[in-house]
Ligand binder design. Structure first.
Ligand code: CP
Ligand code: NVA
Length: 303
């Protein structure tokens, strides 16, 4: 049987997401009730980090322990990956010693080469191009608060980054529409969007993008790996802050999400991220619950 990996949001069908949402809901309930649930007893997750992380590391590591397994953390600084061991060799070795691997790295091709040489499922914990686990948690959070996301409008205000490309795939899978506004020079790379994706509209004006939206979301102006562009980005993104005036253009009950970490006063104002429409803490917590469902599914299949 072919191994299933989760390298992009589009790697799962709507049916698979429906199953995962059901499992995540059940697993979350067990967690809240302090009910032990150990389907991954004696299984091992290896986590490879080539970039910093708080939420991703914590949610995968805690999640794997809660499912009865163990998690091992490796980073570029003190593993042989940082000294040029080929990704293909690392994949061969690591995948002989564990049941599932999560990687946070730079280019998407790195995780694809790793997965092609792995004996066990590989999960994308963020690349330059995609952040599927986060967007899965975001969609789950939307559904928890408001029900089905199909037919709804999600406004993206900010950089065309890994989060946006995963959102654009989610729009196709779940059947919602996106309003996207990025500053000039930081627009969508068409090579990273499927050619027949009709699920988004581009707006030059970020406030116009928020009009009528059921969910407004943004992310940092400078993603990890692009730090040398920070000064230029600060100038170019002036005006792309999600503030109260932009939230006013959205539906009255619109939600605000941000994958975090956030910069108040840059991509979002304090009154929005700390205000009543923001669900950022639930969104962060849901990383734990959806990823536990993901680990269970990739290691054990449908139960
Ligand atoms: N949102 C997210 O992936 O956070 P970390 O970078 O802290 O893992
Ligand atoms: N777009 C951000 C997300 C961080 C979780 C980055 O890649 O740095």
């Amino acid at each position: 049987m072919a191994i299933k990996h989760y390298l992009q949001f589009a790697d799962f069908t709507l049916d698979e997401y429906a199953y995962l949402i059901e499992r995540a809901t059940l697993i979350k309930r067990k967690f809240k009730n302090y009910e032990p649930y150990h389907p991954l007893l004696d299984r091992t997750l290896v986590m490879v980090f080539e970039k910093n992380s708080t939420r991703t590391r914590l949610s995968f590591e805690a999640g794997m322990h809660q499912l009865g397994g163990a998690a091992i953390y490796l980073n570029t600084r003190d593993s042989q990956l940082g000294r040029g061991e080929p990704v293909e060799d690392a994949a061969q070795v690591m995948s002989r010693m564990c049941d599932i691997i999560m990687i946070r790295t730079f280019g998407q091709e790195i995780i694809e080469r790793f997965a092609a040489n792995s004996r066990v499922p590989v999960v994308n914990g963020l690349t330059n191009e995609h952040h599927p686990c986060q967007v899965f948690a975001d969609v789950f959070t939307y559904i928890e608060h408001r029900g089905s996301i199909a037919g709804k409008t999600v406004a993206w205000v900010g950089d065309a980054n890994n989060m946006l490309y995963s959102w654009l795939q989610a729009a196709e899978v779940f059947g919602f529409h996106m309003h996207v506004s990025t500053p000039m020079g930081y627009d969508i790379n068409p090579a990273l969007v499927s050619r027949d994706n009709l699920r988004y509209t581009v707006f030059a004006d970020p406030a116009a993008a928020c009009a009528g939206a059921h969910l407004v979301t943004t992310d940092v102006w400078t993603s990890m790996g692009y730090e040398q562009e920070n000064a230029a980005r600060l100038k170019a993104f002036d005006g792309w802050i999600v503030d109260a005036a932009k939230m006013q253009r959205a539906q009255p009950d619109a939600l605000f999400m941000h994958c975090l970490p956030a910069h108040r006063g840059e991509e979002v104002s304090a009154e929005v991220i700390d205000g009543p429409q923001s669900v950022v803490w639930e969104e962060a917590e849901n990383r734990l619950h959806v990823q536990k469902a993901l680990l269970e599914y990739l290691v054990l299949g449908k139960l």
